[in-house]
Design a binder for this molecule. Structure first.
Ligand SMILES: [Mg+2]
Length: 364
């Protein structure tokens, strides 16, 4: 049985203004960098995907890397997992992380979408799973703003989609300001619901020890990325000292990093990022590793593809819901009762708003 072959690729980049700017210790973002990837097959199937590489000025470098990698697959019968493994092998000279991995991930996401479309089923079904709503938290806010403003914002995040879980960003200049922020969110949330927290790598290890100790009895469900992502020893130290579970993973570059973190037992939960983990293929590998370590897996951004992947992740935990891609998607995924709803269409079903991509276009 022959499968369609890979014909051509179209890559676009756009810097889209966000409705609600991101204000975190890692930086303030009023725009979000998107790169869309469309791969045409010989039977006219088009596989679609997008990545968000943060720094729009690197879009041309990523696009160039993507086009170079694409040459390996052009003209061949579609085989996403095999392509990923071959791609990773070929990246050993360039490095299995950073923009080289982002480029491969972008291709991988589009290849999988195409293959699921050829099979005529949703991506999660193509991967051997089934469609069902995925438990999510509303991550569209609670940035490092005035603590007093967070009560109202929490109520609106809960009401907008029937959510029960939210995430507050922490790492303000003083502990008392962080405590005030937690208090205001908790007041709106109620005592029983889960409250997550994220420091966006903002603290040094000594400061993190002080700050996290001061917050350790606040009933937070996790402390996310208190210190720089690459200091695994610091994470281990924090995990040893704190009662609150430690969360990390959005900065794992590929399954290699995820494997090391879990093997070294430096965190309690992980939350890989679809792009940085290496797309669908990188995610599937990581989900298997997490299962063997008995570690629960949440998602980071990219709710559309990530929701499909959660349906085949044995230790699936919570999906991070952000609406940022709504700006570029014709039919954004819907939220019902705090769960993301996977549409019953082939692939992921995403279609891009051409006029928006054109309006905020960046040459790549
Ligand atoms: Mg985070």
């Amino acid at each position: 049985m022959s499968k369609p072959t890979i014909k051509s690729i179209e890559i676009k980049a756009a810097n889209i203004p966000l409705n609600n700017p991101v204000i975190a210790r890692i930086g303030t973002f009023s725009n979000w960098a998107f790169m869309t990837i469309e791969i045409k097959c010989s039977d006219n199937t088009t596989g679609k995907g997008y990545i968000g590489p943060y720094l729009i000025q690197y879009a041309p470098a990523i696009a160039m890397t993507m086009r170079e990698l694409f040459k390996q697959f052009e003209g061949r019968e579609i085989a996403p997992y095999q392509f990923f493994n071959e791609g990773m092998k070929s990246l050993s000279l360039l490095g299995r992380s950073g923009i080289a991995l982002y480029a491969l991930a972008g291709l991988d996401i589009a290849f999988w979408d195409a293959e699921a479309k050829v099979a005529g089923v949703p991506l999660c079904v193509h991967l051997g799973g089934s469609i069902s709503p995925v438990k999510s938290y509303n991550s569209n806010g609670l940035w490092l703003k005035e603590p007093e403003s967070l009560y109202d914002e929490t109520l609106s995040l809960l009401n907008n989609g029937g959510f029960e879980i939210v995430k507050v960003r922490l790492g303000r200049p003083s502990l008392s300001e962080d405590l005030k922020a937690v208090e205001n969110v908790r007041k709106a949330l109620g005592a029983e619901r889960l409250l997550l927290s994220d420091f966006n790598q903002g603290l040094s290890l000594p400061d993190a020890i002080m700050r996290l100790k001061g917050l350790d009895n606040e009933g937070l469900y996790w402390f996310e990325e208190p210190v720089v992502y690459h200091d695994f020893d610091a994470y281990k130290e924090l995990r040893r000292r704190m009662n609150t579970p430690i969360m990390m993973g959005e900065n794992f570059h590929g399954p290699d990093d995820a494997m090391r973190a879990m093997k070294d037992q430096i965190c309690d939960f992980i939350m890989p990022d679809l792009m940085r983990i290496g797309g669908v293929s990188g995610w599937v590998k990581t989900a298997s590793i997490a299962e063997s370590f008995g570690i629960q897996v949440s998602t980071h951004l990219f709710p559309e593809v990530s929701s499909h992947l959660m349906r085949v992740t044995p230790t699936a935990h919570l999906l991070e819901w952000t609406d940022w891609a709504e700006l570029i998607l014709v039919e954004p995924y819907k939220i019902e009762k705090g769960h993301i709803v996977i549409p019953e269409v082939p692939g992921t079903g995403i279609e891009f708003k051409k006029e928006v991509l054109e309006k905020y276009k960046v040459e790549c």
